[in-house]
Design a protein around this ligand. Sequence first.
Ligand code: FEO
Length: 174
Amino acid sequence: MINKKVEKAINVQINAELYSSYLYLSMASDMEGKSLQGFAHWMKSQAQEELFHAMKMYDYVAERGGRVTLKAIEGPQIAWKTPLAMAEHVYKHEQLVTSLINAIMDLAIKEKDHATVNFLQWFVKEQVEEESSADDIVQKLKLIGGKGDGLFMIDKELATRIPLFTFPLSGAQA
Ligand code: FEO
């Protein structure tokens, strides 16, 4: 049986993961509107990954005999001034998510919930990658001044990225 405090914290995080998906889908829509299909593709892939994260947590709570209780998802920002502003927002958001995951990890350690500590290790590792890939795009955009031929090339590069996860989404996939 899952520790109740930990169950509550993971439920809050499921909402945060779903919000992340919503935010990234909103970014994808903004980029589509600006004819930046590569950036839109990147953000759609990110949105899928966030859904996967939420499902992974959902399955874990259920497996441990807990209960997932869903709350309203906050509406995300709908437009960004530039692709660089959007990428910087992704990077900042992933840093926030890292701090949220770390807080649940701290709680699981405090509560001596070893199974959850083990479960969260995957997310700790994932956040290192999430921050790194967002920062990589921020740095590239800064390097090219955020526009012109360089922007076109980055958009082309992002269009070729293969999504890590595809539908149907299930936490059992990894
Ligand atoms: Fe679910 Fe991008 O962290």
